[in-house]
Structure formats: C-alpha cells, structure tokens
Write a protein that binds this ligand. Structure first.
Ligand SMILES: Cc1cc2nc3c(=O)[nH]c(=O)nc-3n(C[C@H](O)[C@H](O)[C@H](O)COP(=O)(O)OP(=O)(O)OC[C@H]3O[C@@H](n4cnc5c(N)ncnc54)[C@H](O)[C@@H]3O)c2cc1C
Length: 440
C-alpha cells in the first residue's frame, strides 16, 4: 500500500516534533513555516553579540517529554541543572521567597494568611480532578481557600500579572496547572527549585533538531506562509501567499486558532465558531543586556500595581554569565490580550517606560549599566483557560477529510511550556494515526 504523505504547517516545537515522530514511523513529511527559521516562540536572536532565546525558557527535571526528545538528539547529557531562587517585589521592596523560612518571614501577610496561602498551595497540589475546577472561576476558588486578604495581596496581583483583567473569566484549572508545575519543579530536587538549560540555549537545540529533521528526509520549507487550505479530489491542498500550491494525503496545521477561520472556509459553522471563540494572550518581552547582575533570583514576581512589566526574569541567575561574555541578560515580560493597543507602541516607548521603572526598582543599577535593549513581541502565545474550556475546544480531526487542526490551545490541563507541547504532539499523533490506519 502507498505510504501516506503529510504536510505540516507551523515549524515551532509542535510542528517539528510531529514531523520528527512521523518520519520515524516511515511517513513522507514536508514541514512549512512562514518565518525564515524554524522554532517559533522558542527561536533565538543575536543581540549585542549574545545569541539566546527571544523569550526566556527553562527546562525542569520533571520535563520528561522534553528530556526524552533531547536524548533522541544526543543533547540531554549536556544539560546543566542549577538550584535557583525566587524573589518577590512587593510594597516597593525585594524579598527572597525561596524556602519555607523566608516564606514565614514574608511581611505583607500575617501568620494566619500565610497558613492559608501555604494550605491553598498544598491542597491544590493534591487535587486530581482538574475538570471539576473548570466549573469555578479562579477568583472564587482562591478566595474560598486563601481568604480575601491573601487573595488581594498576593493572588490578585499575580493573576493580573499573568492574565490582565481576563483573570475574571479564567477557571481554577489555570491555577491548578500552575501549582502542579511549580510543585514538580521542587519535587525532584529535595524540595529545592532545580532548573535546567542547555548551553547555547534553544538556538542550539533548534539547530541540532533541524539538522536531524533533514537527515530524516523531511523537507524543510521556511519562508512559506500558508494562505488557504482546501480539499480537491482525494488530497488536501495548501495555497501559500507566494502563489505556490502543495498537495498531501494529510495536513496537520499547528498555527494558532485565531487564523483558522480565515484559512479554512470549508469547515463547519460550529468548528469556525469554536476556533473563533478561543482567546489568546500575548506578550511583550524586552530583552535587556546589563553590565552587572541585579539580583540572585531567576524569577522575581511583582505584586505592586503600576509596574509596567509583570515580572523580572534574570537569565544569568541560571545560565553561567561566562556563556554571555560576562554580560547579564534579563527579560521584562508583560502579558496582555492579543488585541491590546499596547502592542502598537514603538520599541522606544516601551523601552523608556520599562527601563525607567527597572532603575527605580533596583537602586544599585544605573543607566550606564544598560548595554542594549531589544523588544520581542508575540500576540498569540497561550489560550485563555475559560470556564468549561476543555469541553468547548474544536476537534483535532476536522470536517475537511485529511485535515487535522492541532495547536497549543489543545493543552487542557497544563500550562504552556515545551514539555506540554511535545506531549501534546506525541499523544495526538497516536490518535491521528490510529484514525488514518483504522480507516485504511
Ligand atoms: C515569554 C515566554 C516564556 C516561555 N517560557 C517557557 C519556559 O520557561 N519553558 C518552556 O518549556 N516553555 C516556555 N514557553 C513556551 C514555549 O515557547 C511554547 O510552548 C512553544 O514554543 C510553542 O510551540 P508551538 O509550536 O506550539 O507554537 P509556536 O512556537 O508559536 O509555532 C507556530 C509556528 O507557526 C508559524 N506560522 C504562523 N502562521 C503561519 C502561516 N500562516 N504559515 C506557515 N507558518 C505559520 C510561526 O512562524 C511559528 O513558527 C514560553 C513562551 C513564552 C512566549
């Protein structure tokens, strides 16, 4: 029997993993991406002589899917594991929150609030039935467990930082998934927070991964922006913006759902509605190169309102600064809805506003310590986990025969990360293939 052909649209970690696993099973695969390079949100750039991820990434000891992929690429043995610390910026001061003792000293909460906060985290980490949590808002869930004071002083600023005002429609499954990931980071390492990275960052992973995909005879086509998808006779077609057209027995489209209705007009009304209903959050993420360190913390959570960014990620608290020619790299992410007018601000406007606040937060940092700033932006980063989310998702197997629509919105009980992305690719691929082979 003739082997089936697959076209994959979107060469982020999801599309690359699907392509890799399909070719290992003997299928003929072509992978397309609109950008000049593969990698999507995981891709890197060079700023001030340093090549590193545009958006910060860590790997956890518990990220078994990522680590297995790295094993397949012969990279896992080079991983570096580091014990990291977490900071909190609250009421104009920076606090360490890296162990129980520091938590007990944390000033904004009294002892009862702290017990309730600790109890909330512990209780949520033990919950198994995340689907039930999709029926209640995260606000109601956290207020009930932690009390109003802790909710307002800790949870609310953290939810706003990650979700903006959309926290109001977000289900408690969101905080469940976040706490599960936080717990698994600590579980494996004597309750310490162990984070990992590969020297060279995702640039290196993507380079080795792309070379491996080529070696597997996968056709890699970058600079191909898909415009429309339709079926004729017995194959599915992709038409690209440059006018070219490719046909396959099957297509897996991994790009965000917001683009699907305009791209696949032959979907049913219900599918179009379901893709349109998925709301995305995006991120504006200045990368800042500094002459000196600002803190010992990999992540600093911010609970003060008025700070334009929603956290500080100090990459060089994790990555050896010798890998950055002794310079320091920090990220100042701000999460917002994908249609927020903030995305229209110029690089200079964002940079002025963010750096002004950074200098206020860290008085030992001076303007001449800042060597370079580059602003990364992405509008469609993760789908909002609204009430009843998992039941409202569009099916992966679409009503257009041979067309599968699979993207990160299909991660229902996890946070957005590469481990979940690889797991999604592998699990859904098994289902897709058993559907195809069963139907043959
Ligand atoms: C700020 C930030 C921090 C993060 N931190 C971490 C972390 O610490 N650890 C971790 O594991 N993960 C982290 N992640 C998540 C991780 O980056 C994502 O889970 C992963 O990269 C998503 O991969 P994807 O393939 O699903 O999507 P994407 O990477 O978005 O890939 C989609 C691809 O589709 C292409 N495309 C779009 N439209 C078209 C079209 N019309 N035609 C052809 N191609 C098209 C795009 O160019 C892109 O390459 C972070 C992400 C962000 C933004």
């Amino acid at each position: 029997m003739k082997q089936q052909t697959f076209g994959i649209i979107g060469g982020g970690m999801l599309g690359m993993t699907l392509a890799f696993r399909l070719s290992q099973k003997g299928y003929k695969v072509t992978l397309f991406d609109a950008a000049p390079n593969f990698g999507g949100l995981a891709s890197a750039w060079n700023i001030d002589g340093i090549t590193w991820d545009k958006f910060y990434h860590v790997i956890l000891l518990s990220d078994t899917y990522t680590r297995n992929l790295l094993k397949d690429l012969n990279l896992e043995n080079e991983m570096r594991w580091v014990e990291t610390k977490t900071g909190f910026y609250t009421e104009g001061k920076l606090y360490s929150m890296s162990n129980t003792f520091e938590f007990l000293k944390f000033p904004p909460l009294n002892i009862l609030d702290k017990l309730r906060l600790g109890g909330t985290i512990f209780y949520t980490s033990k919950l198994k039935n995340w689907k039930r949590l999709e029926r209640i808002t995260v606000e109601k869930f956290l207020k009930r467990l932690s009390g109003k004071n802790t909710f307002e002083k800790i949870w609310l600023p953290l939810l706003r930082a990650k979700l903006g005002d959309t926290y109001k429609n977000t289900s408690a499954a969101f905080i469940w998934a976040t706490i599960q990931r936080m717990y698994s980071a600590r579980k494996s390492g004597l309750k310490k927070e162990m984070f990992g990275y590969l020297p060279g960052g995702y640039a290196r992973i993507l380079d080795v991964f792309s070379t491996r995909l080529k070696a597997e005879n996968i056709e890699l086509k970058s600079g191909f922006k898909a415009k429309s998808i339709y079926r004729d006779d017995d194959q599915v077609n992709i038409e690209f913006t440059d006018g070219s057209n490719y046909k396959f027995d099957n297509i897996i489209n991994t790009i965000p759902s917001s683009f699907i209705p305009g791209m696949v007009p032959d979907l049913s009304d219900e599918e179009i509605q379901k893709h349109s209903d998925i709301e995305y959050l995006g991120v504006i993420c200045p990368n800042v190169i500094l002459k000196k360190a600002i803190s010992p913390y990999y992540v600093t959570n911010i609970t003060d309102s008025g700070v334009p960014f929603t956290g500080v990620i100090e990459m060089t608290a994790l990555v050896d600064k010798r890998d950055f020619s002794d310079k320091h790299l920090i990220y100042l992410p701000k999460y917002l809805q994908s249609n927020d007018p903030y995305f229209e601000k110029t690089d200079k406007e964002i940079s002025d506003m963010f750096l002004d606040y950074l200098l206020k937060m860290y008085p030992h940092l001076h303007l001449n310590d800042i060597e370079h700033v580059e602003i990364a932006r992405a509008r469609n980063v993760f789908a909002l986990n609204k009430l009843g989310y998992s039941n409202s998702l569009p099916p992966v197997e679409s009503s257009v025969k041979g067309l599968y629509l699979l993207n990160s919105a299909h991660i229902t009980n996890g946070t957005l990360n590469i481990n979940e992305t690889i797991q999604l690719a592998e699990n859904k691929l098994s289902a897709i293939l058993s559907g195809i082979n069963g139907a043959e």
